[in-house]
Design a protein around this ligand. Structure first.
Ligand code: SAM
Length: 241
């Protein structure tokens, strides 16, 4: 939810008319008071599900870590090095404030991770950032995460059940995506942020093409829909050993 301590409408509009990197630099000081920060409830559900299924990990990487929402859980799940990567220096500055110790923060494009991160991680996570990648960029993104993992390493992220067109939220996100397409057709620099560009089937196919073995487990914390399917699942993409 937006609060009175969060960004004003004007600040959000200025952010939306910037590039992704500059927009997040501007939003960074107030980002944790917006609904765009992944809620603790989701982070806790992912942490508990990973711990129950996999135990602990060696080193961990948060891809598009922002202000560090996922870094706390990585520090608890991982015995060794924990790294957060993000494009925005402003977001990383906030992450550094939240995690003054025990975390390496790297400013980099997730589509071009530095060689120092290759083959270094047992667990990679990502929260709330896939809307910033066009479907055509997914193979490159997944290839980068695959490269950063050690053999047997796991890339984990939550996946929501598809919203049916009968639900008002479907129309809200479809409207948002349509507005962003118009914005990006008439305004430079582009701000890539879409809600409906990460469907499960094509995502799984792209992960498999990148060399991952894919499975999902229900995030029991969020319950089930009337048709018996989980509201949220944790996708586990494993790099071959
Ligand atoms: C909505 S925020 C999510 C932050 C955090 N993961 C969370 O869940 O609260 C999206 C983040 O993705 C970062 N980002 C977007 N595109 C990126 C890219 N190509 N490489 C690295 N970071 C990127 C942005 O700078 C921003 O910090």
């Amino acid at each position: 939810m937006f609060t009175s301590q969060g960004p004003s409408l004007r600040e959000l509009a200025v952010q939306a008319l910037s590039s992704v990197e500059h927009g997040y630099d501007l939003l960074a000081p107030k980002f944790d008071r917006t609904p765009f920060r992944t809620p603790d409830r989701m982070l806790d559900a992912v942490e508990e599900t990973l711990a129950a299924r996999e135990g602990s990990f060696g080193s961990g990487l948060d891809v598009c870590c922002g202000t560090g929402a996922g870094l706390g859980m990585l520090r608890r799940l991982c015995r060794d090095r924990v790294t957060g990567v993000d494009l925005s220096a402003g977001m990383l500055a906030e992450a550094a404030r939240a995690h003054p110790e025990g975390v390496d923060l790297v400013r980099a494009d997730a589509l071009a991770l530095p060689g120092a991160l290759w083959g270094a991680y047992d667990l990679a996570v990502s929260f709330g950032a896939f809307g910033h990648f066009l479907p055509s960029q997914r193979p490159a993104l997944f290839a980068q995460v695959h490269r950063a993992l050690r053999p047997g390493g796991v890339f984990a992220f939550p996946v929501g059940a598809p919203i049916p067109p009968t639900h008002p939220l479907w129309w809200a996100v479809a409207g948002f995506d349509a507005a962003m397409r118009v914005r990006n057709a008439v305004w430079r620099p582009p701000f890539v942020m879409y809600y409906r560009t990460f469907p499960f089937g094509p995502v799984r196919a792209d992960l498999q093409a990148a060399g991952f073995r894919v499975e999902t487990v229900p995030l029991e914390h969020f319950g089930y829909r009337e048709d018996g399917t989980p509201r949220w699942r944790l996708l586990l993409a494993r790099k071959g050993a």
